[in-house]
Write a protein that binds this ligand. Structure first.
Ligand SMILES: [Zn+2]
Ligand SMILES: [Zn+2]
Length: 155
């Protein structure tokens, strides 16, 4: 199936979920959702805003911000809080885990069923009520590993 068709199916799915959640389906919201999914790698508000503006030049950052938080509240997208960073949004709501690049900030998904059902340790259970858990690996993305290697070899 072509990527275009998948994109359309995904937007149709998002539209259905907006309707199911009792939220008005507007062209603007669909564009924002589509661009969030198209951005692929956990975009922040600014990144989605820049992409949406290509199609909707009059859209405001605040509108995009509010739409993204609405989608997150509805469970249409996930959110990631980064220490010292901005909130990043995650179009992938299936069970998955992340590799965070400490050099460029790229966040990549990976799946590992063994990580999906980690038992909650007693030390965490006492802290409050837990809704979900995911594993975050930190290191360098393949791109930054290559960049670092070529820098070292050219010295
Ligand atoms: Zn990187
Ligand atoms: Zn993700």
């Amino acid at each position: 199936m072509a990527a275009d068709n998948e994109g359309r199916d995904q937007v149709e799915g998002f539209a259905a979920r907006l309707r199911d959640a009792g939220v008005k389906v507007t062209h603007q919201r669909l564009v924002i959702l589509r661009e969030t999914a198209a951005a692929g790698s956990h975009p922040d508000v600014e990144t989605v805003y820049r992409a949406v503006r290509q199609e909707l030049p009059t859209v405001s950052l605040d509108t995009v911000y509010r739409a993204l938080h609405l989608f997150a509240d509805l469970g249409l997208i996930g959110t990631l809080g980064l220490s010292g960073g901005r909130v990043r949004f995650d179009p992938n709501t299936g069970p998955h885990h992340h590799l965070v690049c400490s050099q460029c900030g790229e966040i990549q998904d990976f799946e590992e069923p063994g990580f999906d059902h980690l038992g909650l340790p007693a030390s965490a259970a006492g802290l409050g009520s837990v809704d979900s858990a995911h594993v975050e690996l930190r290191g360098l993305c393949a791109h930054c590993v290559r960049a670092r290697r070529s820098k070292t070899s050219s010295r």
